[in-house]
Design a protein around this ligand. Structure first.
Ligand SMILES: N[C@H](CCC[C@H](N)C(=O)O)C(=O)O
Length: 276
């Protein structure tokens, strides 16, 4: 079976994007691992499927698979690439595209400068919605005890995120703490882990250990999660520039009950066919 794909990225967080409307595709964890494999497949952080709409009021359905084969609820950088893909492929002429995801509908807006703005929905802070095991909701939680005690924020952007504060992003223990927190039993569906250095109230630097992938060059939902937690900690304004290793995203969040808006680029790298 031959499968046509487009390789894309959002600030270096890279994707294999597949039109699963014009191509018949039964995606499995094994197939998504194969496509994501950087030696035996095409190579990417996530595989994104463009499917026919399932919800009234949406134009498409958007599915996301991590490199480890796990299907997940949301991907922010991928959403921007999704918008560019469906417009470039002529699958829509809209510049304001409603898309269904496992986490519910999101809105993708093509900006005149070529960037894409995404309404990422309202962040969920109740532990049960993240999900995260805690007796009650709090702006910060103690993870682990004793000398390895950590203070984290926890939030869902449709997918689960833990956020911790670091003094120097370059020295952040991403490889050491990322996998340990990702698989901590208090996160029953595992978790993405953001390491945030606050530069000032309108600018942070961020590195993210992504659930199911490892450290990526950028994480869109991670940038949203970090701004939400930073605001809850009273340290960030409504509009924040988030600088990740792969580049910068603009995040806006007016506060509890409001949607988070993310704006940034989406790039096409190449198209190809793979024999399966
Ligand atoms: N690793 C994430 C999915 C991709 C998120 C990221 N690539 C983004 O841009 O939001 C998870 O397991 O929830």
């Amino acid at each position: 079976m031959r499968l046509h794909f487009t390789k894309m990225h959002g600030l270096g967080n890279d994707f294999v994007v597949i039109d699963a409307i014009s191509q018949r595709l039964d995606m499995t964890p094994e197939l998504s691992r194969r496509l994501a494999d950087r030696r035996f497949g095409i190579g990417c952080d996530q595989v994104l499927l463009v499917e026919a709409a399932r919800l009234p009021g949406t134009e498409f359905h958007y599915r996301i698979f991590n490199a480890d084969g796990s299907e997940v609820e949301q991907c922010g950088n991928g959403a921007r690439c999704f918008a560019r893909f469906v417009r470039d492929q002529g699958l829509t002429r809209s510049d304001d595209i409603a898309v269904g995801t496992a986490a519910g509908p999101i809105r993708l807006k093509a900006q005149p400068d070529g960037q894409i703005s995404v309404d990422m929905g309202v962040p969920q802070l109740d532990p049960a919605a993240i999900p995260f095991q805690a007796r009650r909701r709090a702006a910060a939680y103690d993870l682990w005890q004793g000398c390895s005690a950590l203070r984290i924020g926890a939030v869902s952007m449709g997918n689960p995120h833990a956020v911790l504060h670091v003094e120097d992003i370059a020295q952040a223990p991403v490889a050491e703490l990322g996998p340990r927190i990702e698989c901590d039993p208090r996160f029953p569906r595992r978790v993405n882990v953001g390491f945030m250095q606050i530069i000032d109230a309108a600018h942070i630097r961020l590195r993210v250990w992504e659930r199911g992938v490892g450290e990526t060059l950028a994480c869109g939902t991670g940038a949203c999660a970090a701004v939400v937690i930073g605001r809850l900690w009273g340290e960030l304004d409504e509009a924040v520039e988030v600088t990740l290793p792969g580049g910068a995203l603009q995040i806006q969040w007016a506060g509890e009950g409001a949607s988070v808006t993310m704006t940034g680029p989406a790039a096409r790298v190449f198209e190809g066919d793979i024999e399966l």
